[in-house]
Design a binder for this molecule. Structure first.
Ligand code: OOG
Ligand code: MG
Length: 257
């Protein structure tokens, strides 16, 4: 199995927004380690072409999300500068079948590494937390994949946007924050922070442990998306998405071609 060749194929589809067949169909013996290597190599390609690694995302951290895609494990992906929206408009012309989901984004001010990491370490290193919306866009036909496929495709990462207001980590109990998401004025999903591994902080702990297996770490200044609080919803041209976070305000995203 030529991991670099597969990685180039994935990177091309991510760049061009064209769907592709599952890698597991042509490479049934691909394992999770191979898949993370493909992810790394494909994102290296983007980074060599001028993109910048700015953080990490956790995915499939809630039972509901695991059930909806049929994968029973948390995964991580890489976030780059080109994925961050600075205005609340999502252009979908170059995307395949985008979905959006509410998340919390942790901003770290110290390096976090090692398999002995604790919840306490994460709080000591958290500069602030933002309510966020993640846009995922699996490169696989019908958003259908195995664990290995979705890892190789950078955990379906596409875009993300943070709110304008940063919050102190001590502002609230993040597991208690209720979230509801509306499409064109109609509430379509609701959930609570505890959907993310009982408490979103635990997602950061889990990420650091997973990264440690590859000799990687979370660097100061990095952003970490902790994982979807509700299931993701499909979005279409003209949609207006509003996500209300109890006590934290509302994030809006306009969907355009
Ligand atoms: C995988 C990415 C899931 C999350 O927050 O659970 C994710 C997918 O569902 O395509 O970003
Ligand atoms: Mg997500």
């Amino acid at each position: 199995m030529d991991l670099l060749q597969i990685a180039k194929h994935v990177a091309d589809h991510q760049k061009n927004g064209q769907e592709m067949d599952k890698i597991s169909l042509s490479h049934p013996n691909m394992n999770v380690e191979h898949a993370y290597e493909i992810q790394k190599l494909s994102m290296d390609q983007a980074i060599n072409n001028g993109d910048r690694l700015i953080g990490w995302k956790m995915g499939l951290t809630s039972k509901a999300k695991q059930l909806s895609v049929g994968v029973e494990e948390a995964i991580y992906g890489r976030l780059t500068s080109s994925m961050e929206l600075t205005e609340p408009t999502l252009h979908i012309g170059n995307l395949i079948h985008p979905r959006v989901e509410p998340e919390f984004a942790f901003i770290l001010n110290k390096e976090l590494k090692g398999d002995q990491i604790t919840v306490r370490d994460v709080w000591m290193a958290t500069e602030c937390i933002f309510p966020a919306i993640e846009v995922i866009d699996s490169r696989y036909r019908n958003f259908s994949f195995t664990l290995e496929d979705v890892v190789a495709d950078n955990a379906s990462s596409s875009k993300f946007i943070l709110g304008n207001q940063a919050f102190s980590p001590y502002f609230t109990s993040w597991d208690k924050v209720g979230v509801s998401m509306a499409r064109n004025g109609e509430t379509v999903q609701s959930g609570v922070g505890a959907a993310v591994l009982d408490h979103p902080v635990k997602s950061i702990v889990e990420l650091v442990k997973m990264l440690d297996r590859e000799g990687l770490s979370v660097k100061p200044g990095m952003v970490v998306l902790a994982g979807g609080i509700t299931e993701a919803i499909n979005v279409y041209n003209g949609d207006v998405i509003e996500v209300h976070y109890d006590q934290l305000g509302t994030l809006k995203l306009n969907v355009e071609l």
